[in-house]
Design a protein around this ligand. Structure first.
Ligand code: DC
Length: 230
């Protein structure tokens, strides 16, 4: 793992991390770790197996045993996520699942149980790691660390538009409150809180189009890996 090139992209939800990471993985032909999906899958599995979100030990045991499969991603398409033999690609993307994921993600034994799984994604030719603690805890030696940020209001508006585009009704004020509550919990938890690594490049995506964010990151990738062949 030591010689494997790794780029980490951290930051709160709604900053465009998912889109940026999927673009980078396609562009470079590298693997993609969507670490938030792991916490979301665990939250969904807990619901399925009637495990309480307060039952830390059972949640950690469940995290060890999860049968998860991410299908190889193709340019422009979403990664398919399987839990046991069930396609949970859409089920893990609901607001309720995101909130439950934020709760299980604050539990120390859960984070420990998911650590080895995350390291296992580090395979040749390289890895793009998307999350909250990729640059601080999971891949502290990453070659390039990016931290995306944007105000809570802008992120809530983006989420609102995304949901409307999908035909899902939403209330902007509720979304904004949810985002602030989630930020609060993710940033203030004792273990692996959401924060930028000291050596991360911080990009505020609030006033930028996604292609501008991608172009800014591409410049850093080219500087960090001058011999890369895409
Ligand atoms: O990125 P996301 O919205 O899919 O993440 C869902 C939740 O999982 C988020 O509220 C915080 C948590 N999470 C985390 O604690 N650490 C990570 N590396 C990724 C996500």
């Amino acid at each position: 793992m030591a010689d494997m090139p790794v780029i980490t992209v951290d930051g709160p939800s709604g900053t465009g991390k998912g889109t940026v990471c999927s673009f980078l993985a396609n562009w470079l032909g590298w693997h993609l770790l969507d670490s938030g999906a792991l916490y979301r899958i665990l939250a969904l599995a807990a619901d399925k197996h009637a495990v309480s979100l307060q039952d830390e030990l059972s949640l950690a045991e469940l995290a060890e045993k999860l049968q998860i499969q991410f299908t190889a991603q193709q340019a422009g398409s979403l990664v398919k996520v399987m839990l046991d033999d069930e396609d949970v690609t859409d089920a893990i993307r609901t607001e309720a699942c995101g909130n439950a994921a934020s709760q299980v993600a604050a539990i120390v034994p859960v984070r420990q149980a998911l650590l080895a799984r995350q390291h296992a994604f580090c395979q040749p030719p390289g890895l793009i790691a998307d999350g909250r603690d990729m640059g601080t805890v999971v891949f502290p030696d990453a070659d390039l660390k990016i931290y995306l940020t944007a105000s809570a209001d802008i992120r809530a508006e983006r989420r609102y538009k995304q949901l409307l585009d999908k035909g899902i009704g939403a209330n902007l004020r509720d979304l904004s409150a949810d985002i602030r509550a989630r930020d609060e919990r993710d940033s203030n938890r004792a273990v692996s809180p959401l924060k930028s690594a000291e050596d991360a490049i911080i990009i505020d995506t609030g006033e930028l189009e996604i292609n501008e964010v991608v172009n800014a990151i591409r410049k850093h990738v080219n500087e960090t890996f001058p011999n890369l062949q895409q």
